[in-house]
Structures are given as structure tokens and as C-alpha cells.
Design a protein around this ligand. Structure first.
Ligand code: SAJ
Length: 424
């Protein structure tokens, strides 16, 4: 598909990436490493300074080397205000507000920040996972500020500015590989928008580029994450059924997965991260009557966290003043990302009951703000926490925890939400 793009269209000399977080920074660094001049834009001044000094403010394997190299070569520069470019990639957060209503304020702010520096022929790509219709909204917001330019939501193929959605699909922990090798969905508001965006991505993507329209691209991404959420919900529901019936869920799943057409995912303490725990709500919000299974999966996965809290509280009743070691705060293994982390939620809930908690998280150096103010929660090293604990709650399957032999835990009550010590 990439080969069919018109050779007449000029290449992109300069690309601006708005939002230098878990998606934007690796993207900016990879493009810069391919020799493209990249300007990274972020409102976080500390992050801007760190990147310009060749450093990074997030944990992602291999990213530090790529950023350092790109900055040293002069291809990557960070700033806090957009400058002129040929293409703008928006990679900002899309959270939800009260009642799971999508909050597009960062997308709107990015669109309005880009508008003053746009020139005819520019491309704007929304990478942030977004509700259906957001790319059109981006086009409208920019059009409000630039009445001298024609935008595709109104002028179709004769627009001066191209707008497309190309959702990121990278898995934290494997970002540098997946950014390049994953297939990409590219949905333009018009065909020309899709073609122009495909030309940009063909500069560094080795996977296939699948062209479609913006609304289909938006819903495709939401469907991918909802699919995973529904499947994890099945595993989490099974884990609670097994607990009730006295069956080992880890053995059950291993056995069920011997069937050639069965692949049950792994239960856990709930589902976290800024994607899978959020995106399904965008579908539910747009089609509440229709998206019954998607809603139920979200509720089951959220309920699993409450279930873990109840289990620990129940275990704590056996002691007069129990010490609870909570192993892991991030939303999944071997990363530092705490967004929507079920572990954080569980620790906060347990803390609210007054239990003494030792929180262990090898990927961060101190307690996050939400926990730092709580008198009964202390940051602890792994060995100290286990030595002092009456109850050990395994919340994240970090590599450091997998190394703990089960024999070290014999005198403690263990709540292993990830099956790390199952069968050990
Ligand atoms: N989890 C389980 N059991 C499993 C698998 C995952 O409980 O068997 C939990 C994890 O512990 C974590 C949550 O689910 O709390 C999400 O983790 P994940 O590894 O499934 O996904 P993310 O959120 O890190 O990344 C997802 C990916 N989407 C899909 O796999 C469909 C990634 O490709 C997307 O780019 C990313 O969301 C995103 O940014 O949307």
C-alpha cells in the first residue's frame, strides 16, 4: 500500500510531535533516528529540559539510547510551544471525566496550539486513542482559528490541511520494536488525508499500512482494547468462580488452553493502564444500549480489584496489628507506569482501613504523591518488606518478585493475584 503513494508529494522535512509521553517521545525519537528533523512539544517544562539534555523522564527499555543519539545528532529538539512543521502528530492523553464521559480537553488544546503555525499542505495526525468523531472535531477546532485555510471536515478533497487518525498500538515494554514493526491503521477524513498520512508513516514503519476513513480507524482502536478487556474479564471472572469452588485457576487455565481453539488470558488484580481500562468506556459512552458486553467486562475487571481488597481485609482479621507487604504499584510488570493501576487502587483502599502497609515498587524510588501523605503506608525494599510482613500481597509480576522462592513466604499469608507462585 505504501508503494502506491504519489511520488509528486514532497517529503516531510520537519515533523512536530505534540505530547512527549509514553507514545510521543518514542515516536519522536524513532523518526529523528531515521534522519527526520523532529520537534517535540510538551507543556511539561521539566521533561523538555531533560530531553534537550539527552535524557528521558519515563521508563522504557532502550529509549534512553535512542533519545540521547537523536538529540546529539541534532535531529530531535524539545520545546514547550509548537513551531512550523510539515506534519503534526498529536499524542496527548484522552482521559474521561466524571461518569466515564470522554474528556477531549488535551486534544482540543493541541489542535488550538497547532492552528496558528499551520500552512497550506500541512498534515495533522491524531494518534491519541479517541472516541469516534474526534478527528473531525480536531479539524473543526483548527478551522475556527484559521478561517484563511480550508479544512477537510468542510471542504473534503479540496482542503488545504490534511487531517487523519492513526492510533498508536504499541505495547509498553516493547515500544521501540512495535513502533516500527506493527501494522498501522490510517484513517483520513478524506482519501487525500489518508494518502498523505501513509506517506509520513512509510518513512519509518515496516509493518503494513492499512488505509481507511477516520471514524473506522477510531473505532478499530477502541475495539482492539475492548477485545482485550473482555478477554481479561473472562479470566478474572473465572478466578473468582474458582475461588468459590476451591479450584486452582492457574491450573484450570493451563489445562483449558491445551484445547486448540481456547486461549484464556491471565487473571490479575484488575486491569490498569491508560488504555484498556479507559478506551472501552468511549464505546459505551457512544452506544450505551448496544455495548452491553463491553460495559460488563469493565465492571468485572474493576470489581476484581475490590475482590482482592476484601480478601486481604479478611486475612488481616486473623491478626491484632498486621503488617501487609504490597508487592508492585505499576499497572503491569517491569514498567514504572502507575496510570489507572489497580495495585495503586488496592493499596489506597487497604490504607483506608488503617492497615500498616509496606509498598514495594522496584521501578520507582519513592512513594507516589497519592500514597506519600498516608501515615500508615511506607515505601520499602523487597527484603525488608517480606521480613516484616504478616501478609504478602503480590500485585504485579515484576521480575524481582518472580525470583522470590516460595519457601521464603511459608510463615506468611500470601495473596498472589498474578499466579507467580502458583504450583511452585
Ligand atoms: N492483564 C491481565 N491479564 C492478561 C493481560 C493483561 O490482567 O492476561 C492486565 C495487565 O496487568 C494490565 C492491563 O491488563 O493491568 C493492560 O495490560 P496489557 O499488557 O494488556 O496492555 P497495555 O495497556 O499495556 O497496552 C494495550 C495494548 N493493546 C492490546 O493489546 C489490544 C497495546 O497494543 C496498545 O497500544 C495499548 O493498550 C494502548 O496504548 O492502547
Amino acid at each position: 500500500m505504501k508503494k502506491s503513494i504519489s511520488a509528486k508529494t514532497p517529503a516531510f522535512q520537519r515533523v512536530a510531535v505534540l505530547g512527549l509521553g509514553y507514545v510521543g517521545l518514542p515516536m519522536a525519537a524513532i523518526m529523528a533516528a531515521r534522519g527526520i528533523e523532529v520537534i517535540g512539544v510538551d507543556v511539561n517544562k521539566a521533561a523538555v529540559e531533560k530531553i534537550n539534555a539527552g535524557g528521558i523522564h519515563i521508563v522504557e527499555p532502550g529509549l534512553d539510547i535512542v533519545v540521547r543519539g537523536a538529540v546529539a545528532a541534532g535531529n530531535l529538539r524539545a520545546t514547550d510551544a509548537p513551531e512550523t512543521a510539515d506534519a503534526f502528530i498529536i499524542a496527548v492523553p484522552t482521559p474521561f471525566k466524571e461518569g466515564y464521559v470522554p474528556d477531549l480537553k488535551y486534544c482540543e488544546a493541541a489542535a488550538r496550539a497547532i492552528a496558528p503555525v499551520l500552512k497550506a499542505g500541512d498534515l495533522v495526525v491524531l494518534e491519541s486513542t479517541s472516541p469516534v468523531g474526534t478527528s473531525e472535531a480536531i479539524s473543526r477546532w483548527m478551522a475556527e482559528m484559521r478561517t484563511d485555510l480550508k479544512f477537510p471536515h468542510e471542504h473534503g478533497e479540496s482542503a488545504d490541511i490534511m487531517v487523519a487518525h492513526s492510533p498508536e498500538r504499541i505495547l509498553p515494554g516493547r515500544v521501540l520494536i512495535e513502533l516500527v514493526t506493527n501494522d498501522r491503521i490510517i484513517g483520513g477524513i478524506t482519501h487525500r488525508c489518508s494518502a498523505r498520512a501513509a506517506e509520513l508513516y512509510s518513512m519509518f514503519v515496516e509493518g503494513q499500512l492499512h488505509l481507511t476513513n477516520a471514524r473506522t480507524a477510531e473505532l478499530t482502536k477502541l475495539s482492539e482494547n475492548s477485545y482485550r478487556d473482555v478477554n481479561i474479564a473472562f479470566a478474572n471472572e473465572l478466578s473468582m468462580v474458582c475461588e468459590k469452588l476451591g479450584v486452582d485457576v492457574w491450573e484450570l487455565i493451563r489445562l483449558a488452553n491445551c484445547h486448540p481453539r481456547v486461549n484464556v488470558l491471565q487473571p490479575g488484580p484488575g486491569v490498569g493502564g491508560h488504555c484498556i481500562a479507559v478506551d472501552p468506556w468511549f464505546i459505551v459512552h457512544s452506544a450505551p444500549e448496544e455495548a452491553k458486553l463491553i460495559r460488563a467486562a469493565r465492571e468485572i475487571n474493576d470489581h476484581k480489584s475490590e475482590h482482592v481488597v476484601d480478601r486481604v481485609r479478611h486475612a488481616a482479621e486473623r491478626f491484632r496489628a498486621p503488617v501487609v507487604a504490597c508487592l508492585g504499584l505499576s499497572y503491569k510488570a517491569d514498567i514504572d507506569d502507575l496510570r489507572e493501576s489497580p495495585s495503586m487502587h488496592i493499596v489506597k483502599q487497604l490504607a483506608a482501613t488503617g492497615l500498616a502497609i509496606l509498598a514495594v515498587e522496584p521501578n520507582i524510588d519513592e512513594l507516589p504523591k497519592d500514597l506519600a501523605g498516608l501515615a500508615n503506608v511506607k515505601y520499602a525494599e523487597l527484603d525488608d518488606a517480606i521480613a516484616q510482613a504478616d501478609i504478602v500481597v503480590l500485585l504485579v509480576d515484576h521480575k524481582e518478585f518472580k525470583r522470590i522462592p516460595k519457601s521464603e513466604l511459608l510463615a506468611r499469608i500470601v495473596v498472589d493475584t498474578r499466579g507467580v507462585w502458583a504450583g511452585a
